[in-house]
Design a protein around this ligand. Structure first.
Ligand code: DGY
Length: 322
């Protein structure tokens, strides 16, 4: 039988891809660090039965229009805001993502971002690099405690719950806001549900983990930052567009909040001239939430396994559209 033709929008490691070549006819974009050009994707999708895409690829109506044989898009991320799921549905194309395999890794990074922001780790490292460690002094680089503080998690999904577990280990009080209440989080983690503005008022650390959607676009706006404590630190490990970055800049620059730790940005990638990088109280990372070798490899394998399941007529492991 003819093998299904799969186009992969990034160069993936041979050791991950090789075992799947028995079942799939695989072609890859040849660059590991650069996204496929949209025009190339539009050309390649014409002959593809399936796509394996990255969160950097806009998989839009044009892709589905060109992909006359396209039947499945396996997106290598838990977030799939880069895929026009309603267009996929209209064209009868299945979409899958990579939940679960990245939960703990992303929660680790989110907590690391929180710890590093609170304890000013990056500033401390830079100060040594600039030869500023001339003396120990009582309040030099003093940050804020994490243990016994209050964390407010906005978006109590899998990663939110894994983060709450970590926070519990630091004796933190856990508040959360979600579209719906989560009994499991309340019973097992002692998390307390609050309305969004109420959570902002009480949290020492406000952590955004909510998926990006029309409802959550710029959810963290001027008013949201005004509602936070002046001592609060804002963390975002979800998607950049949940935040109005101008409002965040204003809030930090005017000491309405104490600082921020960001793994994601409205327009990625950002360059060294991004205004938020000019604020010492803001720690910026280049979207590395799930970036460990183990987890990224597992995410790749999960995409392949979804593709194989689909073409073998088995239930998908992680469908995002039914
Ligand atoms: C995801 O999978 O959506 C994460 O943002 C990747 O780090």
């Amino acid at each position: 039988m003819k093998k299904p033709k799969i186009y992969i929008t990034r160069r993936l490691p041979d050791e991950v891809v090789e075992p799947y070549k028995n079942q799939l006819d695989i072609e890859m974009w040849d660059k590991e660090e650069e996204p496929v050009e949209h025009s190339v994707l539009l050309e390649k999708v014409r002959s593809a039965d399936g796509l394996l895409t990255m969160l950097t690829d806009p998989v839009d109506e044009d892709v589905f229009m060109e992909g006359q044989h396209l039947r499945i898009v396996a997106n290598m991320a838990v977030g799939y805001d880069n895929v026009d799921v309603s267009a996929a549905h209209k064209h009868g194309v299945a979409v899958t993502n990579t939940p679960d395999v990245l939960t703990d890794t992303t929660a680790d990074l989110t907590f690391a971002l929180l710890m590093s922001s609170a304890r000013r780790l990056l500033e401390a490292n830079h100060s040594i690099q600039r030869n500023e460690w001339n003396n120990w002094s009582p309040l030099w680089l003093a940050g804020s405690d994490v243990h016994h503080k209050t964390i407010g998690i906005v978006g109590m999904g899998r990663i939110g719950k894994a983060l709450a577990k970590r926070a519990k280990g630091f004796d933190m009080r856990v508040l959360y806001h979600n579209r719906s209440r989560d009994e499991e989080a309340e019973e097992n983690l002692g998390a307390v549900y609050m309305e969004f503005y109420e959570l902002l008022k009480f949290a020492d650390f406000v952590v955004c983990l909510t998926p990006l959607s029309d409802e959550t676009y710029h959810m963290f706006d001027k008013e949201a930052f005004e509602r936070m404590r002046n001592t609060a630190i804002f963390i975002n490990a979800s998607r950049g567009a949940t935040v109005d970055e101008k409002a965040l800049y204003h809030a930090v620059n005017n000491s309405e909040i104490a600082g921020a730790g960001l793994d994601v940005f409205e327009e990625e990638p950002i360059g060294s001239d991004h205004p938020l990088l000019s604020l010492p109280q803001v720690l910026c990372l280049p979207h590395i939430g799930s970036a460990t070798v183990e987890t990224r490899s597992n995410m790749m394998r999960m995409c392949f396994d979804n593709l194989i399941h689909f073409f073998e007529g088995k239930p998908l492991i992680s469908p995002v559209n039914k």
